[in-house]
Write a protein that binds this ligand. Structure first.
Ligand SMILES: *Cc1c(COP(=O)(O)O)cnc(C)c1O
Length: 493
């Protein structure tokens, strides 16, 4: 029997392929599997598998209405030469932890792990459900999702993609990566506002029934590539299983030995995937949620109160500058006993008052999670310190996690082996990284810094960076949040 997916805000139930196609449920809820499947292959056996084989073993349990051939085909088209290493997600031992490098794909950030497969999952889902409309991906990005989605969807037949980013809220390299995107089915738009404004604008279009009908009449339908799509979440579970299996294979851990994970968190997608992996039976002990100075989640895990009413801070880890962590809704729903009525009530409070407080009973179910945060100063300090001690250079997002882990280890004395999700290449945030290493780099241009980084880290400059050095700017639209629907209409003329 197929594993079905249910809305976190109502009783709507769909198959996996329908959930992937829809992105959001009609009631505005997120789709969750009605039960989280258990791993059906022993971890010792998974220890001998490639990334692609592991992906199949994990994903087949969630996407049960895909045939073996369909799923393997999606996996093959995603995890191939687009990654610069056959391991896909290599592990580097440094600073008393294991850095799981999730940035070896086309756009050198962890979003590639899911966004390189999502277009294939989506077009396969469309075929399976006799969808004839062209699929239009609408995405709000705080930087990395945008480029990774553009790279994944560019020139995929039957799809178009529109990406909105906060005009002054992404790094220069992130912006250049996006506005130079090729592909006649792509559009990139800067908005006057922050990431949450962009995300709200996109959500409003998804919930706009009149716009939906207008689009259907022209042969289009919207879908989401944001991390709320189950087609993003499921591929992210894979690398936690893979990491554990690789550590087993290398003899770094023994059978059934627990591991902690530390995840630099924004929208709560990556760490939720780790939580699902734990629910599947992976021996994860602590799930450490690392925030930057926008520490809504840290406060939430401390107090049980989620409160977005606060100043929005621009930090050196822009992909985590988020005040509404959309994927947290899936955890709230599960913690409320899979009760969509209770969950919908919390989400209503979030929309209307900007905050909600979970019950003590719910809070007690969250003891596997631990929140931590790093200031801008902590973040820079840990980059410099790991570089000076071991010559290993990490990016600002990963550094937030590394700093939180150092604090945690010191305070708890917990010696459990720990995997840190390393979410971006330092080349993506070169200026902040080099500034952290030494102030003498402050006066250099972005690409001079790239060359300097290569010299000090002995890591080859990734293709993703070389490509944009001289690339032409192909997208220059900037608009207000209210204008977003009209921008989409003009693109779909
Ligand atoms: C998106 C992103 C994050 C945050 O991941 P979430 O799944 O949104 O929590 C962290 N680091 C980098 C580099 C990212 O691109």
């Amino acid at each position: 029997m197929d594993l079905l997916y249910k809305s976190t805000r109502g009783s709507e139930t769909v198959t996996a392929s329908q959930a992937i196609l829809k992105g959001l449920a009609d009631d505005g809820g997120l789709f969750v599997p009605v039960t989280i499947p258990k791993l059906d292959m022993p971890l010792e056996q998974l220890a001998g598998k490639s990334y692609q084989e592991t992906a199949y073993e994990v994903m087949k349990l969630f996407l049960t209405d895909f045939t073996e051939e369909e799923l393997k085909n999606c996996i093959e088209r995603a995890y191939n030469f687009k990654f610069d290493t056959e391991e896909i997600a290599p592990i580097v031992k440094a600073d008393g932890a294991y850095f799981l490098e999730l940035f070896h794909g086309a756009t050198i950030a962890f979003k590639d792990m899911a966004l390189s497969i999502l277009p294939h999952l989506l077009t396969t889902s469309a075929r399976k459900n006799q969808v004839e409309n062209e699929i239009v991906i609408l995405t709000a990005t705080s930087g990395d999702t945008g480029k990774a989605a553009l790279a994944g969807f560019a020139d995929v037949p039957g799809t178009r993609i529109v990406v909105f980013y906060p005009k002054d809220g992404v790094s220069p390299i992130q912006e250049k990566q996006m506005v130079t995107q090729k592909g006649s089915n792509t559009m990139v738009v800067g908005i006057r506002g922050n990431f949450d404004d962009a995300q709200t604008g996109v959500k409003n279009m998804f919930n706009d029934k009149a716009m939906e009908q207008e689009m259907a009449a022209k042969g289009f339908q919207f879908s989401s590539a944001n991390s709320i799509n189950i087609g993003r979440l499921v591929p992210q579970i894979v690398y936690y299983v893979y990491a554990y299996a690789r550590l087993l294979a290398k003899g770094e851990i023994t059978k059934d030995e627990p591991m902690n994970v530390v995840v630099p968190t924004g929208n709560f997608g990556n760490i939720l995937a780790a939580f699902y992996a734990k629910n599947m039976g992976l021996p994860i002990q602590k799930l450490i949620c690392a925030s930057n100075e926008n520490k809504v989640l840290f406060d939430f895990f401390e107090t049980g109160c989620y409160d977005k009413n606060r100043e929005f801070i621009l930090t050196s880890s822009p992909s985590m500058d988020i005040l509404i962590s959309s994927n947290l809704e899936r955890l709230i729903y599960q913690t409320a006993g899979n009760d969509h009525v209770k969950n919908a009530e919390f989400m209503k409070q979030l929309t209307e008052q900007g905050s909600y407080k979970i019950t003590d009973e719910m809070k007690q179910k969250l003891t596997d999670f631990l929140g931590g945060y790093a200031s801008e100063e902590d973040t820079a300090k840990v980059i410099r310190s790991i570089y000076e001690a071991e010559g290993y250079v990490i990016d600002t997002h990963t550094a937030v996690a590394a700093s939180v882990y150092r604090d945690y280890r010191e305070q708890s004395g917990d010696a459990v082996k720990t995997v840190i999700a390393s979410t971006a290449s330092p080349y993506k945030f070169t200026r902040s990284v080099m500034k952290a290493v030494d102030s003498k780099y402050d006066s250099m241009s972005d690409f001079e810094l790239v060359d300097q980084l290569s010299e000090i880290s002995h890591v080859k400059i990734p293709n993703a960076i070389e490509e944009i050095r001289n690339a032409k700017i192909l997208h220059d639209t900037v608009c207000d949040v209210e204008e977003m629907p009209d921008v989409v209409r003009s693109f779909l003329k």
